[in-house]
Design a protein around this ligand. Sequence first.
Ligand code: NAP
Length: 352
Amino acid sequence: MQSFKVGILGATGAVGQKFVRLLQGHPWFKIAALGASERSAGKLYRDAANWIENSEMPDEIGKMTVADCVPDAMGGVDFVFSGLDASVATEIEQSFAAAGIPVISNAKNFRDHPDVPLLVPEVNPDHIELIRRQSFSTNATGFIVTNPNCVCVPLVMALRPLYDSFGIESVIMTSMQSVSGAGYPGVPSLDILGNIVPHIGGEEDKIMSEPMKLLGTKQADGTIKHANFPIQATAVRVPVIEGHLLSVAVKFSNKPAKLSDVKEAIRAWKNPLAAMNLPFSPETALKLFDDPRYPQPGRHAGAGNGMQVSVGRLREGRVFDVSFVALGHNTIRGAAGGAILNAELLVNEGYL
Ligand code: NAP
């Protein structure tokens, strides 16, 4: 397997640090450049980053000098991961793609661009072909791929088999979101300790719209026809450190005869990555618990190295057809780890 030199845009931030930690020992990807704002550029990474990961900063990374987020300053990389602040991501990511450097981004800026794949590799791997429609760079080597909002990952992973088997008429979802999703320093401690904050700015719109693209169908002309059902979302912040737990109710278009048919649809779902041997693809990508106590953020968010999505409490509903909970690790599966899996799929499919 070829080895790739990788840059990280926004390397000093919460997501950037997660990239640094998760990429340690990666069999294909080696960190070759770290980029951040002019506040950090020119400094050693150990002096520029306020390290918040739960393991020590890798020594060789701490000694690297942070660069400006411009292609010339981060030259020699094969592609970049982006954990950039949304206020600057559009211009910077576009400049890298224009310079012929692929960008695998966590930022929201290009998620709804019609030619940019919004990717959860197990859910819509065929959407990577959108890359062929992009024209960010004249020589077509630079492109942009994004991963969705961290709530959308467990939501669409759980909905994928249900949508395929029964069709979906509507969904109501409440997400109980951990504090790490707000970055650092995040939610003030006086707001969240012993409390629940019933509003997360901008979150519900993303949860209601991104699944439509993710569950969309590729058309003969290469475009994506979005799925079309309403999601009613409520996003609240809870005093949990890692892991977003979702309470989901689904009304089907073609009502299954029995609850066991719904369970069977989830258990029979075939992971399209199963035979690819991608390093970040977990052995079990979607797990259905029968024990009604599970899944719990404190116990299961880290399953599959934070890449497994866990579903439980699947039951018949009185208003909607079924209800269940779904759990995903927000900063691994919902951010840096998801982006790394995207890059691995791109390697496997010959785009990198
Ligand atoms: P963050 O901690 O505030 O980090 C932002 C990064 O952007 C820092 O490295 C910062 O560099 C850099 N930056 C800011 N202004 C810049 C500029 N003018 N030029 C170049 N770099 C600049 O934010 P975060 O929580 O890691 O989130 C990063 C992105 O990922 C956001 O778009 C966010 O929406 C998305 N996201 C976050 C999560 C999460 O769980 N936190 C999950 C999914 C997606 P300096 O340190 O030099 O200022």
